[in-house]
Design a protein around this ligand. Structure first.
Ligand code: ZN
Length: 94
């Protein structure tokens, strides 16, 4: 063990947090937050945007023909791509 460092397998302890973040109140205050400040309330429009983003993400990987998702195990031969089971939906892959 290196003096001044925690072992990688050690669970966080009270002292660990104090070392990592010695003065949380000062950080929050410097960001302009005061005690009992309430961050922005989530509105219905925010939920709609989030659901739209999730749908876009889902569409990136879901095949309209076979209804299955693109999987890393379905590598397109000779290309840096992976596909769904039927091969219609392809995504660039390293
Ligand atoms: Zn497919």
């Amino acid at each position: 063990m290196i003096p001044g460092f925690f072992q990688g397998t050690e669970m966080p302890t009270e002292g660990w947090w104090g070392t990592l973040w010695p003065d949380p109140a000062r950080v929050l205050t410097s960001l302009g937050l005061k005690p009992h400040d309430n961050p922005e309330t989530i509105a219905g429009g925010d939920v709609d945007v989030a659901l739209g983003d999730i749908a876009k993400l889902k569409n990136l990987f879901e095949c309209q023909r076979c209804g299955r998702n693109v999987k890393a195990k379905n590598v397109v031969p000779g290309q840096n791509k992976i596909s769904c089971k039927c091969g219609k939906k392809e995504v660039e892959w390293k």
